[in-house]
Write a protein that binds this ligand. Sequence first.
Ligand SMILES: Nc1ncnc2c1ncn2[C@@H]1O[C@H](COP(=O)(O)OP(=O)(O)OP(=O)(O)O)[C@@H](O)[C@H]1O
Ligand SMILES: [Mg+2]
Length: 590
Amino acid sequence: MKALAYLNKFLWKYRGRLFLGFLFILASNIIQAIMPSIVQDAVDQFKTFIEQYAAVESKEIFYQEKVLPFAGYIVALYIGLALLRAVFVFMMRQTIIIVSRLIEYDLKNEIYDQYQRLSLSFYKRNNTGDLMNRISEDVSKVRTYLGPGLMYPINLICLFTVTLIFMIDKSVELTLWTLVPLPIMSVLIYLVSSTMNKRSERVQHQQSRLTTFVQETFSGIRVIKAYNRQSESLNSFTEESNEYKKRSLRLVLINAFFAPIIMLLIGLSTIITIYVGGIKTIGNEISYGDIVQFVIYVNMLTWPFASIGWVTSIVQRAAASQQRINEFMNEQPEIVSGEKSIEQMNGKLEFRNVTFEYPNTKIEALNNINFCIEPGKTLAVIGKTGSGKSTIADLAARLYDPTEGKVLIDGVPLQKFELNSFRSHIGYVPQEVFLFSDTIANNISFGLENEHSLDTIRQAAINAHIDHNVMEFKDGYETIMGERGITLSGGQKQRISIARALIRQPELLILDDCLSAVDTETEEVILNRLKKLEKPTTTIISSHRISSIQHADEIIFLDSGKISERGTHEDLLKLKGAYYKLYLKQLAES
Ligand SMILES: Nc1ncnc2c1ncn2[C@@H]1O[C@H](COP(=O)(O)OP(=O)(O)OP(=O)(O)O)[C@@H](O)[C@H]1O
Ligand SMILES: [Mg+2]
């Protein structure tokens, strides 16, 4: 329950509306409690009319002058009150349920904002399904608590207090008898609804397994078809969806208990009321009308009492959900922004005794790396797969902080810089291309904050040697790319990703194996373009291919996270070490 305290700040924010909502609840319940006493009045009055009817002489006049006006008055009063109550109920939902939606909105935004603040390693630790659930499923459970979960209990307290005053005024003993079954009902409903919740959670869990499964099938459809796994895939799906069906049926079973329990207990209360009330009427303690009034009260109180059980389980679920949300909200980003903002970056990048260990796996990806790139120069990183090339790129972009040692720009450790300011000076092309399902133009201009023209976009595309391809498309730069740019070839995607980095005219350009899918000719064009950028750009480029990096000012050869050889292309060839062997091999291949 403590977890829900997190929401208090939102409740406080909307306190005005909530207070109004409370007033509406109170008003609607007072009216609701008055209405049965009108029925009571009517019943007793008509009983008197019936008794008088036999004795009066002019029956027509009696009917016209006494009965009809009274009936008219009662009907008008009852309908009038019912309408007034309807207005209050409407207003009550318009205030309280709306507050719950507003808080849902705030909470979602807050979670999304927190997601964006958290560091890369957080995303490596948690899977996408979890992240999605927090912001959709869990928030919606919390919302149920804020809406119905607040409204019904307040409603019950109001209604119960008001009706109790009316009932006790009539007969204390009858009131006690009438109320006996209601708490029993609350407990039973609680038991049923908590079982129901457990089962519906299991249904939901299976539902998300199904979704994940189907989603994976769609993304992996090429592999599935190529390996002829359609029927196996269908079998697994049938299995999963069979499980879903079983769980749903179990939920339906427990659901079916809900209504009968309520009806049974209303029936019980009604019978007790009529029996005890009947005895009291015979003893002339109360009137016929009073019994009717009590029966209506019993029916009126049923749903609110049933809702206690229901609300209890809603609150429990909301608390569990909020607990999960809080876990993420309390998480601190590991990459903490510094204070210093950068107006002018020269672009001298230095790794000083850098060692890096991945926090979750304890794999030491880099061991005592030292290098320094002067402004405008190019450093190349080459090495086998898994040797740590991408890790160097990630550290240079400050997606991670080194475990030991320092990464410095212009002699200042990256931690000292204001994060946004630092990142606005770099262009980073990750090894795995990611494109948004948007137009090509928007994908390229993604990192630009201010207004930009098509020419700017085209210039970047020309530098990435993709402009001529784009111009061949029917819609040119307005071509919408499918999910993750599925309509483009691997090499085209890589070049768009490069254009996205170049358009920012960064002082530091980080290219992580981003030419792997282009042919050597295209590669050469791009590398030549990079040399002729308007602004001197410090470049760090990693690759498997010697052709991509041979012109770099310095090349480091990585082996299991350590620098084993370093120098220019010529130096390394002379050394006749691992680099030289790789060179001969690639030469033979080409
Ligand atoms: N997120 C991660 N969590 C844990 N370990 C990781 C993570 N990413 C990489 N590693 C490990 O760190 C080491 C270096 O990985 P890195 O991705 O830097 O290699 P690479 O040289 O870029 O390889 P490739 O040429 O295949 O891209 C590898 O042993 C890898 O298993
Ligand atoms: Mg890599």
